[in-house]
Design a protein around this ligand. Structure first.
Ligand code: CAA
Length: 304
């Protein structure tokens, strides 16, 4: 028998492009109140103005009424940077959507375990980092990972991987840590379905299914450019028109963020020690130059 998601209030940590999109679909589609938190208030302001713009577009296209847009916007409230993670303590589930750094995620999940309700589901939107490693940090201080309470705390952690742009992409990848309970998996899956998403499941391997396949493809395209096989436009056009991809691989890398692509590729390479996942030197150099793609105006292409 399927169990309800039972999420009466959601916390979202991180108001970048992913966190903002997750807040929007949760408020509009799953109709749950959302507490949005980011350590940067500037990021929250930017995120909320994107939410308002996207809701207004849905109204102008006749997909939702202006009342539905207002209700969705009103469901999202901000937890200020001065309050911190404890401001999410009324949440029945939190979704972490910060940058791809294991130490950062470990410290966040340790705070979740210390500050939030003991029964709250703790989800991560990571694109590649081991959910098992993250779950191991979600154990309140002083408890052993093999004690009953330690196992119970880690059993609430799950990977819930959304895709960018979240309001448009229909998929959520669900990943179980070694510690994750069946109840956590079922509730997280049902929440993603309530957000209007289709769910696939993957084992906890580096990159899961999505990025274990996507990142070598993007990296090969960057190496084609590096070797001078073709211009950036011809590489992208080949894949767009020859294979009907909505974006070419270099455009897609810029869209995801070159810093994010590199972080995922490093996780894949370190996690598998397989040379097929080694990031190209050109990608490393572009990130060294702080060319991160669309988000800061320069990647393989220029954005104004
Ligand atoms: N946020 C929200 N909505 C957006 C958006 C954004 N950043 N960018 C575009 N959209 C919406 C547009 O508003 C438009 O919506 P309407 O139909 O309501 O008008 C719709 O998407 C189509 O946009 P456009 O007509 O402007 O442009 P397009 O037809 O070229 O589509 C696209 C844009 C949807 C981004 C399309 O190019 C696409 O699907 N690209 C591939 C995206 C992709 O592969 N994403 C996954 C990346 S991997 C990832 O996220 C996870 C990871 O682990 C790295």
């Amino acid at each position: 028998m399927s169990i309800a998601h039972g999420i009466r209030r959601l916390g979202v940590l991180g108001a970048g492009q992913m966190g903002t999109g997750i807040a929007l679909v949760s408020a509009l589609r799953a109709k749950v109140p959302v507490l949005l938190h980011d350590r940067s208030s500037e990021q929250v302001t930017k995120g909320l103005s994107l939410v308002e713009k996207l809701l207004a577009k849905d109204v102008s296209k006749g997909r939702i009424t202006s009342e539905e847009a207002k209700e969705a916007r009103d469901r999202i409230s901000v937890v200020g940077s001065e309050v911190g993670i404890k401001g999410l303590r009324d949440a029945d589930m939190v979704i972490e959507a910060v940058s791809e750094s294991l130490p950062l995620k470990q410290s966040i999940f340790a705070s979740f375990a210390a500050e939030l309700k003991p029964e709250a589901i703790l989800a991560t939107n990571t694109s590649s980092i081991s959910i098992t490693k993250i779950a191991a940090s979600a154990i309140p201080h002083g408890l052993n990972a093999t004690s009953e309470e330690g196992k119970k705390s880690a059993s609430r952690v799950v990977g819930l991987h959304f895709f960018n742009p979240v309001p448009v992409m229909k998929l959520v990848e669900l990943i179980s840590a070694l510690q994750t309970s069946q109840e956590t998996l079922d509730r997280a899956r049902n929440f993603a379905v309530a957000c209007g998403k289709e769910v696939t499941t993957s084992k906890d391997v580096p990159g899961f299914v999505s990025n274990a396949l996507l990142m070598p493809f993007i990296n090969e395209a960057i190496m084609c450019l590096e070797k001078g096989t073709a211009t950036r436009e011809d590489i992208d056009t080949t894949l767009r028109l020859g294979m009907n991809h909505p974006m070419g691989p270099l455009q897609l890398a810029d869209f995801i963020g070159l810093d994010t692509c590199l972080a995922i590729q490093q996780t894949l390479y370190e996690g598998t020690r397989d040379s097929k996942y080694r990031p190209s030197i050109l990608l490393e150099r572009m990130v060294d130059a702080q060319w991160y793609g669309r988000k800061n105006g320069k990647g393989f292409y220029e954005y104004t």
